[in-house]
Design a protein around this ligand. Sequence first.
Ligand code: HGY
Ligand code: MN
Ligand code: MN
Length: 412
Amino acid sequence: MIVRTAVLERLAELAKLGAYERGIDRTLFSPAEHAARRKFADWARASGFALEQDRVGNVFARRDGAPTGRAPIVVGSHLDTVRTGGAYDGAYGVVGALCALERLGAEGATTRHPVEAVAWAGEEGSRFPLGCLGSGAYAGLNTLEAIEAIVGDDGISFPTARDGPSGLLPGVPVRDGFPRPAACLELHIEQGPSLERAGARLGVVSAIAGQVRSEIDVVGEAGHAGTVPLIVRHDAFAAAAEIALALETLARQLGECVVTVGYLVVEPNQTNIIPGRVVFRVDARSVDDTRVERLEAGLRDECSRMEIQRGVTCGIKLLERRAAVPMDGGLRAALHTALESLDNKLMPVPSGAGHDTMCVATVAPAAMIFVPSAGGRSHVGDEYTTPEDLELGVEALVRAIVAVDRLLAEKA
Ligand code: HGY
Ligand code: MN
Ligand code: MN
């Protein structure tokens, strides 16, 4: 039986924050993202949960359990978006977690662990060039000092943004350090086509793809587009294009991996000037780390080939490397048992998208639940999941929390 929650209304409210004609733009410590964190805090406070935040902007709404002194089960996702985001990527998992805690309260459930609904800060890396910024700090993967040295793509440093008017929430205690949780759960839209193709309404994530993000700085020679013969050109864009297409061909040959060039800057970027410099970024992913390594080697080989054939120079800078993360086997089994009555097509599903859980999973057992994405589409303004599936996902999360709480207590 699916109990109605406030998930739809709250998602509709959050979707207005940062909305514009191309979708939602809600980057970390922007006024829109600050407003979203504030709404989360207000909803949590109204439901009687204890609020805390940490020095990188993660926000925690805590529902205490029995006085066992156990570490909390953290259940959350992110409120920031990509520049053309949709209404559900991240926000669904944050609101779903809060609704799940409210459902536990309404049922008078006493968990053996405290449960914290979490809004992880800066998962998308849209403003500061580091994905999973908040969850990475929480898991000890990025030091506070390293994060405080980061400068956003708007030239504003992390500390300036965090300590500014759209930074940390006023009136919410700031916790020191990053305590270790007992377990981590995340509810998220699939952002891919697998569930929809299988006719499934719920998925239990098997593993989260590893990813390597690199930035390539190609320097050639600018010149007049009409007078320089092709044979003597050092066209930086043509070199970048060859590298991108060669990587796509390699990924097709390897299979079970993807590679994307979604960011590219051309200089001087004028129709009648041969590009003298191109900076572009490569996002390579697979649940099999050896395939990502092959793509990285391919990138290096293609850059060397372009240096010889086109007389350009290619500088490769590693931006981010995250290994593939298998979800905890015990938690996955518990979720399959707890959720199978909700969807007779419940299935294991890999995640091509990265999530905060891939960081927290390095310090605690972790599991994720997916609901379908219409057309498998995400990171676009018309991202969509049906209201019925959104409500079903919250019900699944409630049952997952209860199941994991019991599993951990029995193992203790
Ligand atoms: O890029 C990702 O997979 C995630 O949306 N940050
Ligand atoms: Mn995303
Ligand atoms: Mn996400």
